[in-house]
Design a protein around this ligand. Structure first.
Ligand code: NAD
Length: 442
């Protein structure tokens, strides 16, 4: 369902009208394409606080953005991104350096540009001044994300090792993260360090996408295939025409399977005797009703598809050793699970359950199987699921985020591809919202 308001405000009279009436002014977002793989402009690398925890310069030099350095003219209209290293911020005085660094340059960040603030991991250490200052960065980033406008995003990345954070920095500083804003992502120091082909990172790997026949799942399948994966498009038997079409176009394989089958994991393992590298739990359904009107028949299928089958197939595939070392599991949560949503007690419960699964399983899956476990939590994404939402609720869903528009399936797909990347081994146990910094659950 086309976003007519976005098209209207892309015209000069529409923009004028929106400004005069104080209405939301969404900016067309710049997304990745083979012709435009990088944001146009330079990268400003700034520092706040005492000595930074790691040397970022070599990694930033590989992001594809030319480095301008702190001496660059802040009035330069070609600032694609600003990286502010605030890992050394340790008290309220050094927080003032965050203000001093960004205040003069924030205006010069181009439309669809990026502000990435780097912080240190939050630990329960004895230094409550450092803890306060580092936590303060979250409020700063989320507030700046809400006011910066023009399709620009602001995120906070907590890290200790620049190399382990390379895939994440590349993602956040590229057009692939167009709809990711206001997020706090923690990257540990234990990346594999193995060499990576950045142009075809999933070459030679097999990825399975549940619910891959359409919507977000189809976009994920296409994006993982773009990155070199052999993709298995799993969907219910009724969706096999679409599943076969998608798989055929990608040189992949269609797999007709209802993911709620009790032996779904075993059947996937049997279909893929060579094993699996990337497992994307995307299949999901809604059966909305307020709790007072919700019979068990509307509750159970949602919990079964969205949560129980994710737990069951994950357990079965890990137990069978079907996920190779270096493997990636990405499950699909939702902001409805993080914030709650009227009429969606079943759906909200199932999606919050995904966050619990990720948090609990991630450390032991990595230790025992060498597999990372993360989740994406989409906000309002333009798909058949949201096209069915009543008009006014749909309009509210589109506008109630910092980018004032719905995301596209490809935005979730690009985020999934970053989490599935072989160089993202240091990203584990994270729930990353792809919601344009939705006001819900903020
Ligand atoms: N669209 C949004 O705005 C949005 C927001 C938050 C979260 N999500 C989540 O993203 C995921 C994809 O959403 P979408 O909008 O693309 O949905 P969609 O309805 O367009 O597609 C879902 C796919 O999953 C498949 N599927 C359903 N039950 C299945 C089962 N038992 N076994 C195998 N396949 C099954 C369907 O056939 C379909 O192809 C879902 O988990 C959804 O909850 C979507």
């Amino acid at each position: 369902m086309a976003d007519r308001y976005l098209s209207l405000t892309a015209t000069a009279p529409g923009r004028f009208l929106a400004r005069r009436l104080g209405l939301p002014q969404p900016a067309a977002l710049r997304r990745w394409s083979p012709e435009q793989p990088c944001l146009p402009g330079v990268l400003l690398h700034l520092t706040a606080g005492e000595t930074a925890v790691c040397d970022l310069a070599p990694v930033l030099a590989r992001t594809g953005l030319p480095l301008a350095g702190p001496a660059a003219d802040p009035a330069d209209p070609g600032v694609a991104a600003v990286v502010l290293d605030a890992t050394g911020v340790h008290d309220v005085d050094s927080l003032a350096e965050v203000h001093a660094a960004l205040h003069p340059v924030v205006r010069s960040v181009a439309a669809s540009g990026r502000v990435v603030v780097l912080g240190s991991p939050l630990e329960d250490g004895p230094d409550h001044h450092r803890a306060a200052a580092q936590q303060a960065l979250e409020g700063f980033v989320r507030s700046l994300g809400k006011e910066i406008g023009r399709g620009r995003t602001v995120n906070l990345l907590r890290l200790t090792d620049a190399d382990a954070a390379e895939s994440t920095l590349r993602f956040l500083l590229s057009p692939r993260s167009a709809y990711v804003s206001g997020q706090v992502i923690t990257v540990t120091a234990d990346g594999s360090g193995a060499p990576v082909d950045w142009s075809l990172p999933l070459a030679g790997r097999t990825a399975l996408v549940t619910g891959g026949a359409r919507g977000i799942g189809e976009a994920v399948a296409r994006t993982l295939a773009r990155d070199g994966a052999h993709v298995v498009v799993l969907d219910v038997p009724q969706a096999q025409d679409d599943a076969r079409r998608v798989a055929g176009e990608l040189g992949g394989t269609a797999l007709a399977l209802d993911i709620t089958a009790v032996d779904a994991g075993e059947r996937i393992a049997a279909e893929l005797p060579g094993g699996l590298d990337v497992l994307i739990h995307n299949a999901g359904i809604t059966r909305d009703r307020r709790l007072v009107n919700m019979p068990a028949e509307r509750w159970s299928p949602v919990l079964d598809v969205n949560l129980a089958s994710v737990l069951r197939t994950t357990d079965a595939l890990l137990a069978a050793g079907a996920l190779r070392r270096g493997g990636r599991i990405v499950a699909t949560a939702s902001i409805a699970g993080l914030a709650g949503n009227a009429g969606q007690t079943n759906y909200g419960a199932s999606k919050a359950g995904i966050a619990g699964l990720v948090r609990s399983l991630a450390p032991c899956a990595l230790a025992e199987h060498g597999v990372t476990v993360n989740a994406v939590a989409p906000g309002f994404i333009e798909t058949r699921m949201t096209a069915a939402v009543p008009l006014f609720i749909r309009e509210a869903g589109r506008r109630m985020n910092s980018l004032a528009q719905g995301g596209l399936p490809v935005d979730v797909a690009e985020t999934t591809a970053w989490l599935a990347h072989p160089a993202s081994g240091a990203v584990n146990g994270q729930v990353v919202r792809v919601c344009g910094q939705s006001l819900l659950g903020a």
